[in-house]
Design a protein. Structure first.
Length: 499
């Protein structure tokens, strides 16, 4: 059985290597031998997630033709990659990318630390803001007033309160996507929704295609469910999905499920365009893949000139191919653990039936609070407040990082809660360790990749602003100085956590 899960063609790899060579080189850098340059180029593409781990590489002869190199040069580069642990080969199966044994981060819980334990530590681990007031208090008070009739029932609503299911369905209908309450299930946060979908559609050993990078907690959830993750590299910058790669992975790997974040992707902040959405739905439908769309960030557009594309489910309104997950946790408050699934009625019935063996249902009081917010207009007011808060934090953090760490590279997203930062060649894992030593907590890039990719990145959330953002950047610069000087021990395991 082959060990690879996707394929990189010779022409595709040649284009990526040529684009990489176009990057400016440091003054005085000596040109390495051709085989070494090729090996280093492939290694960097793997570490940056541009070429997935476990991707089958072209045969030596094919790549030599595409790069106008001798086959001997390519063979020497492949041998160097094998020696360094970035390539594995087997006669008859070809060669596929890998990462050296022991270089991947250990699996661990990704829960945030209790706030009382942080002390003077600046926490950039969690992409969650404080509760929007007075809307949280008003919503809870409104829910308490509406609670008495429900208190005279058993309190178990596996599909969710009928009133909230209708409210969420009406919101989709208002977006031009006709939706019945029978197409909605209320869950305990988006994580509860995604966990239920993964168990229903992708049993242990099934392949799930995921964006690369992707949301760390979801990757961990899928790993623990026994899924085989197939990474699909994003376009450079904020370009969204690389549709050629998606079509190839859906065709070659035939994943049962594909997980994507179309709106202000976590961690990159990318916004997938409408044509990309249409094409991905069509490709998934053709491949028989269920498309799981996480739209928890969809309401967090931060710039006035953002034109939001239609929702992905607009291209599959029946919900047979596209399962949509939403949540109150990012747009409103992480402490309000209310999520939902929009899908075909038969899918909802299957999810509800399976729920009897999981969490039974979602807390009634919290459902009433979200329903109250949506019914009274408080939701829109609170989300407007949240956007302004995130926008100011984003602008403050961008200014501070550019001032203190001008060599770090990133593009400023027009929405969401996160900045995806290339760290000027420094190890993200070592930065995470050094950061805690100097008082700033930051998640390293490999948390968001599959099998050790994105070592040269960190994620910075828009959770601090003003003087705190300035101080966070100063501490990050101090951490970068420690790593650059070799004072940060690579043997220490980073203790970063994300949300």
């Amino acid at each position: 059985m082959a060990q690879w899960t996707s394929t990189v063609g010779a022409a595709q790899l040649a284009r990526q290597l040529q684009a990489q060579q176009a990057r400016p080189q440091a003054p005085g850098t000596r040109k390495p031998p051709a085989y070494r340059a090729l090996a280093d180029g492939v290694r960097l593409l793997v570490l940056e997630g541009r070429v997935p781990v476990a991707a089958r590489l072209p045969a030596e002869r094919e790549l030599a033709l595409a790069l106008s190199l001798s086959r001997t040069t390519v063979a020497a580069a492949y041998e160097a990659l094998r020696t360094e642990g970035f390539l594995e080969s087997r006669r008859g199966a070809g060669s596929w990318t890998a990462v050296p044994a022991g270089s991947t981060l250990p699996a661990r819980g990704l829960a945030p630390l209790p706030p009382e334990s942080l002390g003077s530590l600046i926490d950039l681990g969690c992409a969650s803001l404080t509760a929007p007031e007075p809307w949280l208090t008003r919503a809870v008070q409104g829910a308490l007033e509406e609670l008495p009739p429900y208190a005279h029932t058993h309190g178990d609503y596996p599909a969710g309160l009928p009133a909230l299911r209708q409210m969420i369905a009406d919101r989709y209908t208002g977006c031009g996507i006709p939706t019945m309450p029978e197409q909605i299930m209320v869950t305990t946060g988006a994580m509860g929704a995604i966990d239920a979908i993964c168990h229903l559609f992708a049993g242990r050993g099934e392949r799930i295609a995921v964006e690369s990078p992707s949301y760390a907690n979801i990757l961990q959830l899928m790993r623990e469910a026994g899924a085989r993750l197939v990474p699909v590299a994003m376009e450079e910058g904020l370009g969204g999905w690389d549709m050629n790669r998606w079509r190839q992975v859906l065709r070659d790997a035939a994943p049962r499920l594909a997980y994507v974040v179309a709106d202000f992707h976590n961690p990159t902040g990318a916004l997938a365009g409408e044509q990309q959405r249409r094409e991905l739905v069509e490709a998934a439908r053709s491949a028989g893949t269920v498309l799981l769309v996480d739209e928890t960030m969809s309401e967090l557009y931060l710039d006035a000139d953002v034109e939001m594309p239609r929702k992905v489910c607009a291209f599959d309104p029946a919900g047979s191919t596209v399962l949509t997950v939403g949540s109150a946790s990012k747009a409103f408050w992480a402490g309000m653990r209310i999520g939902w699934v929009r899908a075909a009625p038969d899918v909802i019935r299957s999810l509800v039936s399976a729920r009897a063996y999981a969490d039974m249902g979602t807390p009634v009081l919290e459902q009433l609070a979200i329903n109250w917010l949506m019914r009274t207009g408080g939701w829109e007011q609170a989300v407007d407040f949240r956007r302004e808060q995130a926008r100011q934090n984003r602008d403050d953090l961008v200014r501070a990082v550019r001032r203190e760490l001008p060599e770090w590279e990133f593009e400023v997203p027009s929405g969401g809660l996160t900045l995806w930062v290339r760290t000027g060649g420094l190890s993200g894992s070592r930065l995470a360790v050094a950061g805690e030593r100097v008082g700033v907590r930051v998640p390293s890039g490999p948390r968001f990749g599959v099998d050790g990719a994105f070592e040269g990145y960190v994620r910075l959330p828009f959770t601090v602003g003003g003087p705190v953002a300035d101080e966070a950047a100063v501490r990050l610069a101090a951490a970068a100085e420690l790593v650059g000087s070799g004072a940060s021990s690579s043997a220490e395991a980073p203790r970063t956590f994300v949300a």
